[in-house]
Design a protein around this ligand. Structure first.
Ligand code: ADP
Length: 482
């Protein structure tokens, strides 16, 4: 099949979170299975020179946007049988940030229109156009309702993957009217509006041929008011086309046996080498180097979703009553950053904090930690728990979304399971789940079993890619039947 993907993030070029990991890995797995994959990305200023120096300008396309013709350079970069096409607009992507700009709505409207313009001008054939999150979610609407791109819709079906329903791309309706050249009489305006705003994700949910989420449990959760972020009724209307496919992990990128970012490589047969990595992690973070003290770690965006409020409750008590170390690597909301910085001041021998984004340090911490803390209130899939397990680090997580689908409570009798789950919707606190982990940490036979169970499981993209292929096939079969 010919598959075009369009997204705002992709490892190793631009990353703020799990979306980038998925776009970095899924296309490679699909290409490995013989599909012809093109990935469209914005050419951000923040992309490292080591990649940009290999970009080649192959086309300059005129993008008609908001009544003007805007220039857009198309740069090609080939890697592992994938054609990456980076779309350049100095006006929209020549910035120091990926997102968080006041004109984000306009920027990604432009990008979406530029993707389709490039496909049309450069005759990029596609059976499937797979878009991700709000940034590119309007593409299915454009294909169906904008005369300029109708020709693409005659041969291509669209899939929208929701990586996180909380981020919807809500903007004033003027952003919509400026961006498009649609005849408003030809479609139902209410399908793109939400609470008086133009909602880009809702647009995608309404118009994509299939909508997917990144785990089966999150798929079910978002149909309820508790997790639906206000869009539960819109999602319910598409229930028959809504599918949950668990993310995989790029097992090449996250491989403790070959990872150059860690102090000592290891695999499940040399798991004892984690001790070397633990010492390295402790010394890098300036904490006491102690092999026998359990080292807990959190690597995360510091946002409400991630359950920092739960740690605000749990950590002071846990640190007071246990021999325990805690490292935080993350950045985000100031109040959460302040909490961790303050905690490190209160427990200077037990807590170390690095505010910022640091991929190499993250790898060293995954390799060095004993326990990974993930008290998320909701988690569409979550990659950090998968990375942890791959590095023999035991996750303690809240029982929600993708965490529920991947973390299995350890069972003392059968010695099955790979971590500890807090049923936080009931009476259990996260602290109790951490305490369970700490108890098993003292029982080395069990602890070895938990780590091994995590390391030996297959979290690769293999199975998930097959599910996406099945979905694509279902869509294209219908197309040829028409
Ligand atoms: P989300 O996409 O909601 O942020 P995920 O668990 O799906 O959460 O993915 C987070 C990814 O981002 C993981 O690869 C994690 O290691 C990485 N990450 C998060 N914060 C940082 C940070 N401060 N430094 C390095 N990597 C980080």
């Amino acid at each position: 099949m010919k598959i075009s993907m369009a997204a705002a993030e992709c490892v190793p070029f631009a990353k703020t979170g799990g979306l980038a990991d998925v776009i970095g890995a899924l296309p490679k797995e699909l290409a490995k299975n013989g599909h012809d994959v093109t990935v469209f990305l914005p050419k951000y200023n923040v992309i490292a020179e080591e990649f940009v120096q290999h970009f080649s300008l192959i086309e300059e396309i005129p993008v008609s946007f908001g009544g003007e013709i805007k220039p857009c350079g198309v740069y090609k970069y080939n890697d592992e049988n994938i054609r990456y096409l980076f779309l350049e607009s100095r006006e929209y992507f020549g910035r120091s940030k990926i997102y968080g700009e006041p004109d984000d709505g306009e920027r990604f409207n432009f990008f979406s229109i530029a993707v389709l313009t490039a496909m049309k001008e450069m005759k990029v054939k596609a059976d499937i156009i797979h878009v991700h999150d709000w940034h590119t979610a309007i593409i299915p609407l454009l294909i169906k309702k904008d005369n300029r791109f109708k020709v693409l819709g005659e041969s291509a079906k669209t899939v929208l993957t929701i990586h996180n329903l909380q981020f919807q791309g809500n903007f004033a309706t003027t952003v919509f009217t400026k961006g498009f050249e649609l005849d408003e009489n030809r479609f139902d305006l209410s399908s793109i509006e939400w609470n008086g705003n133009y909602n880009m994700l809702k647009t995608g949910i309404s118009y994509a041929d299939k909508v997917t989420t990144v785990s089966p449990s999150y798929r079910d959760e978002i149909l309820t008011a508790a997790y639906g972020e206000g869009l539960e009724d819109v999602l319910k209307e598409r229930k028959g086309d809504l599918v949950g496919i668990l993310n995989g992990l790029d097992t090449q990128f996250y491989n403790p046996a070959t990872d150059l970012a860690i102090e000592m490589e290891y695999d499940h047969s040399s798991i004892e080498e984690k001790a070397v990595n633990k010492r390295k992690a402790q010394s890098l973070m300036g904490m006491p180097v102690k092999g026998d003290v359990p080292l807990t770690v959190m690597i995360s965006r510091l946002a409400g979703q991630k359950g920092i409020d739960i740690l605000e409750e749990a950590l002071p008590e846990l640190l007071q009553s246990n021999e325990l170390q805690f490292i935080l690597l993350g950045s985000g909301e100031e109040k959460f950053e302040d909490f961790f910085v303050q905690l490190a001041k209160e427990f200077p021998d037990k807590v170390a904090v690095h505010i910022g984004f640091d991929e190499d340090l993250a790898h060293q911490l995954y390799a060095g930690a004993d326990i990974f803390l993930m008290p998320s209130h909701f988690e569409p899939c979550g990659l950090s728990q998968l990375i942890s397990m791959r590095y023999g680090t035991v996750p303690v997580a809240n029982k929600t979304g993708g965490l529920k689908d991947t973390v299995i409570e350890y069972d003392r009798v059968t010695q099955t399971g790979n971590g500890f789950l807090s049923d936080f919707t009931g009476n259990e606190t996260f602290t109790e789940a951490v305490r369970r982990a700490l108890t098993f940490y003292q029982e080395s036979g069990h602890w070895e079993a938990i780590k091994k169970n995590g390391m030996e499981a297959d979290y690769s993209w293999k199975q998930s890619a097959v599910l996406y292929e099945g979905l694509y096939q279902e869509l294209t079969k219908n197309l040829s039947a028409k």
